[in-house]
Ligand binder design. Structure first.
Ligand code: SF4
Ligand code: SF4
Length: 168
């Protein structure tokens, strides 16, 4: 299946926060009415994840790497320091900070490893949180449903997954 046209993607990304906020009451109401059902819908939700991940080209988007900062674990820091050939302490001082929740995050966004072409310069060594985003293929997705309603403001894959899910 072909990826969604880049121009369409740009337009969609521009309108995404507003559109996701507009649709949030529908998605939240679906959750409220179908809690037990959603707990058993992982297979269906994962199929929607693969369908939309195939159609939406992350390289035409890059929104999560521009807007959301991943939380980094000690292992992430070790791996990234190694791949950038820096000592962990130097890597931390150059790129990282502790945020208001006590999480280790990049000092600024867009991510310093995001290229103009939306490629990640440390892709093979990227943080676990980057690997797992946008979470729509996670086991027990219902636990992340509310977070996903928020993530739909950033990620067109999440938006499409939720919007199709509520029609089922
Ligand atoms: S490390 Fe790579 S995947 Fe993660 S936010 Fe930065 S550019 Fe994106
Ligand atoms: S995961 Fe979502 S927000 Fe991130 S690049 Fe892909 S489509 Fe965009």
């Amino acid at each position: 299946m072909a990826a969604i046209n880049v121009k369409l993607m740009n337009k969609e990304l521009e309108n995404l926060p507003e559109e996701a906020l507009r649709r949030a009451p529908v998605w939240n109401s679906f959750l409220a009415k179908n809690k037990k059902r959603i707990e058993k819908m992982d297979t269906t939700i994962h199929a929607l994840h693969y369908k939309w991940s195939e159609r939406i080209d992350c390289l035409s988007c890059g929104n999560c790497c521009r807007v959301l900062g991943p939380r980094l674990t000690d292992k992430d820091v070790e791996r990234l320091a190694k791949v950038t050939r820096m000592k962990p302490a130097a890597f931390i001082s150059q790129y990282l900070r502790v945020d208001e929740d006590g999480d280790v995050v990049f000092q600024s966004m867009p991510c310093p490893f995001l290229g103009d072409d939306n490629y990640c310069a440390v892709y093979e060594s990227r943080p676990k949180a980057c690997r797992e985003y946008p979470h729509t293929d996670r086991k027990k997705f219902y636990q992340l449903y509310k977070l996903s309603v928020k993530n739909a403001e950033t990620c067109p894959i999440v938006y499409r997954v939720l919007d199709e899910l509520v029609t089922l």
